[in-house]
Write a protein of this length. Structure first.
Length: 264
């Protein structure tokens, strides 16, 4: 049994200061996981840590870090190792989105997005997987998106970053079959969080928008079941099934039409 000396397993949640990550942290706490909470906002992490410790009697460590910094993943891994914290469940949830024409978004911002959504996620998986393999036990939950299933004009880099997350996780779940380690990729559709505030996505009809708690609950259940890929919500699942069986020329045309209707 993998433990931090108290009989509980420990989950590291990136992007735990808000949205889906915060709800995942709450659900994990309710299920008696010790937690490591990672995000840039130290104050929010401290407040959440206090709330979860008091409500559930668990240990909570905060790990304020900026995952757009190239060495952040390594630094977090070493700090936790040095502090004797063993991570049994890794949740790669932190992510950011920039909406707009590719050529109109600052290059530094696009590269930062890739650093957080792709590079840091890959590095954290690599680093925390190694001790999991030694223990022959562990779980990884990566948060991709419904946008991973098709190219999305005005979200070109974001959607491509999420296609990476899904492809990577799906392949890894197969590589790790029989090792005691599961990899789950959660694909939410549009969800009511700060990520989509002020974007065209946030102004969709409310029936098309999920709440972060429901998304997190589905993600937690899929992770515990070891499901390789889970699309959150029935409407999103139906949309993904439809997308899967369309030729790529049609998906490009649909993306182009959506883009046109948004820019008019
Ligand atoms: N909302 C949606 O419609 C939607 C749909 C599909 C997929 N997703 C995915 O779901 C995941 C969570 O998104 P959300 O909707 O919950 O967004 P959110 O409310 O904006 O939360 C994003 C989290 O990531 C953290 N974060 C952002 N940049 C970071 C950085 N450089 N270093 C460390 N942490 C950073 C934020 O904390 P700090 O600001 O404190 O650093 C925050 O805790 C993302 O991967 C997103 O792509 C969201």
């Amino acid at each position: 049994m993998s433990r931090n000396g108290n009989g509980r397993q420990c989950a590291l949640v990136t992007g735990a200061s808000g949205g889906i990550g915060l709800e995942l942290a709450r659900i994990l706490a309710e299920n008696q996981f010790d937690l490591v909470l990672l995000a840039r906002s130290r104050d929010k992490l401290q407040a959440l840590a206090g709330e979860l410790k008091a409500a559930h009697g668990i240990n909570v460590t905060i790990a304020p870090a900026d995952l757009s910094e190239p060495n952040a993943a390594q630094a977090v891994f070493e700090a936790l190792n040095g502090g004797g914290v063993q991570v049994d469940l890794l949740v790669n949830n932190a992510g950011l989105l920039h909406e707009g024409q590719f050529s109109a978004i600052d290059l530094d911002q696009q590269l930062q997005l890739l650093q957080v959504n792709v590079v840091a996620m890959t590095a954290l998986t690599y680093l925390f997987l190694s001790p999991m393999l030694e223990r022959k036990r562990g779980r990884i939950l990566n948060v991709a998106s419904v946008a991973s299933f098709m190219p999305v004009p005005n979200l070109a880099v974001y959607a491509a970053s999420k296609a990476y997350v899904r492809s990577f996780g799906d392949a890894l779940s197969q590589e790790l079959s029989g090792t005691g380690i599961t990899v789950t990729t959660l694909c939410p559709g549009v969800t009511d969080t700060a990520l989509v505030e002020g974007t065209d996505l946030g102004s969709l009809p409310s029936v098309m928008i999920m709440d972060p708690k429901s998304v997190a609950q589905e993600g937690y259940r899929a992770c515990m079941a070891g499901t390789p890929v889970h699309v959150a919500g029935i409407a999103n699942e139906l949309a993904v099934q439809w997308i899967r069986y369309q030729p790529s020329w049609l998906m490009r045309a649909v993306g182009g039409l959506l883009n046109k209707s948004r820019s008019t």
